[in-house]
Design a protein around this ligand. Sequence first.
Ligand SMILES: [Zn+2]
Length: 239
Amino acid sequence: MIDRNVPFFRRLSASDQRELLGHIQVFLAEKRFEGCGGLELTDEICVTIAAQACLLLLHRKTDYFPRLLTILVYPSTYMVEEKRHVEGPVWEEGRMARLGETGRRLGAMVLAWDAVRSGAADPSDGKNVVLHEFAHQLDYENSADDGTPALATREQQLSWREVMRTEFASLRAADETGIPTLLDTYGATNPAEFFAVATEAFFEHPRLLRAHHPRLYAELQSYFQQDPVEYSAERVRTD
Ligand SMILES: [Zn+2]
């Protein structure tokens, strides 16, 4: 089932596969899943979510997303009433499609099964709602949702702050001027979204990210303790 739904699994080394399977078991035992909007939960759904979430835990000492208790799964992209800031005093109101969401004080995460499945099926399209939402959960581990996860040393914190500030500023500038970017400009919203979007790119477009944002790639590589270039199915020329 993992092989079929989560293609990156086959490309991992044998020891990483073993480690991931161990994490998945703990994850499935610790988290509560709930089917919503008429969705009947299956093992396939839970394992497809768990496998992608646990990729973020490989090689690291981890507490399995301690702030997250419940995962609510809807059959498909769901609509929410939302007020969105456009510019200055201009706000846009209306129904927006959502693939997933989570919050620091929620203890819960909402995911749309169709987005989870398509995100897993194509591990190199740059979009992965599970990696995105679970990156937010990593961000919450040290309590603030500020785009900085728990980092081991003071040097790491300093380096992280410096690199993320620069990269975030350049994504904001690109967003304002309309320059095409590898990183989804949704990451220009705030530093927390920047970390989530950069995490998606790190696992989905590692070669491109390393070529175009080498310092950002190095920070994420040191935090995640892995190099997705080694197992990515991404096919690109970066020269
Ligand atoms: Zn987000």
